[in-house]
Design a protein around this ligand. Structure first.
Ligand code: DP6
Length: 400
């Protein structure tokens, strides 16, 4: 029989996702059960990803956590819930298997280090990727199997959707215990090869109101949100699944924009109102509609989460032209060479009539940069031990 291992370590990566039918509102705050189903696109990890190393050892005296190299509170309830739930799944699996001779002890304390490959200051949602990555790494560490999206959901609702690649639906579920409130793949990331994503980063400031607090306030005060959850979203989710399956950009784009707008309308209907969109966000919305109107069809579609940054969906053949329109409308202040990041963007010369009809009064520096990406796969295991964020002593490598 093998001796019990003294230090076990696993590293995983996980993606960011962006909802095209938004989750906003819980029916159970503790279990994180939503009032409506939602649907998202998982973004490619080459551009946006979280990396997490989880380690367990007999020698660790307390749970510890490092976020981007800084030590943080490992006792936070959502993290501890995920840890407890992964251990529960592992215990269940071990109970049912006789061949498990020397599993890693579930009572060891853990060390977790996590990093994003994008600046947190960019204001891009990082909690979804963060909890998806934590749950993936812990599950590997303990050999837990089962519905892991249900565990990630307990960290942050939207995190359950980052457990899968491509196009993902989070089923609202009906059960009070949340066992049916899980993520399911609608289509893999290879399903729509032409689809592209442009993240227009407008501000790195912290949100005025966090999602958790904001959605609770909306549930408590917004009649529009109630109508949205009961009537509007069920129809929209079914329609969106169809548009995705048919790769119908016109339908997909229109519905994406309408759903973002309705989400922000529920924020305005919340009392006191919540404002996530800024003047720059609204200028981007106007620009997208002018661009589509000029072309006579939906060529770009925006969506905004609980913050001012725009995520724009488009098709590969439109990227260069729209990026040029954004550059003309929001000329880069100082970082001209780094204005476009991520996947390469070709150059486009704009026809004069397009410039006249579409480009708005320039606001220099209002868009800080554009990140070009595409749909991507779900969490991955990192095989190479040199990529672990923790050293053999269980401490972050950069501090060792
Ligand atoms: C606007 O998942 O961050 O991005 O469950 O309280 O952690 P908690 O909230 P969170 O909310 C995300 C809200 C959103 C829409 C979405 O991603 O569907």
């Amino acid at each position: 029989m093998a001796a019990e291992r003294e230090l076990a370590m696993v590293t995983c990566t996980a993606p960011v996702n962006i909802a095209v039918i938004k989750y906003w509102g819980k029916r159970d705050n503790d279990l994180i059960l939503p009032i409506n189903s939602s649907l998202s696109v998982t973004l490619h990890q080459d551009q946006l990803k979280t990396t997490t190393t989880a380690a367990a050892s007999r020698d660790f005296t307390e749970d510890r956590l490092w976020l981007n190299g800084e030590e943080a509170d490992a006792g936070q309830p959502r993290l501890q819930t995920c840890l407890r739930e992964v251990r529960r799944l592992a215990r269940k699996r071990r109970g049912g298997s006789a061949e498990d001779t020397a599993p890693l002890s579930l009572s060891y304390k853990i060390h977790v280090a996590t990093e994003n490959n994008f600046p947190t200051a960019a204001g891009l949602a990082s909690s979804a990727a963060g909890y998806a990555c934590l749950v993936s790494a812990l599950a590997r560490l303990y050999g837990a199997e089962g519905e892991l999206s249900e565990v990630a959901r307990r960290g942050s609702g939207s995190a359950c959707r980052s457990m899968l690649g491509g196009f993902v639906q989070w089923q609202r579920g009906e059960r009070p215990d949340g066992r049916d409130s899980i993520a399911q793949q609608v289509a893999p990331e290879t399903h729509w090869p032409e689809l592209r994503v442009l993240v227009l980063v407008v501000s790195g400031e912290k949100k005025p109101v966090g999602s958790t607090v904001g959605m609770q306030s909306s549930v408590d005060t917004s009649p529009l949100l109630k109508h949205r959850a009961e009537v509007v979203v069920p129809e929209r989710v079914a329609l969106m699944v169809r548009h995705i399956r048919e790769r119908d950009f016109e339908g997909f784009g229109q519905l994406t924009m309408r759903d973002s707008n309705q989400f922000h309308a529920t924020c305005l209907d919340t009392f006191p109102p919540i404002f996530y969109l800024t003047d720059v966000s609204r200028r981007i919305i106007t620009l997208a509609h002018r661009f589509n109107a000029h072309h006579g069809r939906t060529k770009v579609a925006y969506t905004f989460d609980a913050g001012p940054n725009a995520v724009v969906f488009t098709l590969a053949d439109t990227v260069a032209e729209f990026v040029e329109v954004v550059r003309r409308s929001f000329p880069p202040a100082t970082n001209g060479d780094q204005f476009v990041r991520g996947l390469p963007v070709g150059s486009a010369s704009l026809p004069e009539e397009l410039v006249v009809a579409v480009v708005t009064e320039p606001v220099p520096g209002a868009v800080r940069y554009i990140l070009h990406t595409k749909p991507g796969p779900g969490p991955q295991l990192v095989d190479d031990p040199s990529q672990h964020l923790l050293g053999a002593d269980g401490l972050p490598r950069r501090c060792a």
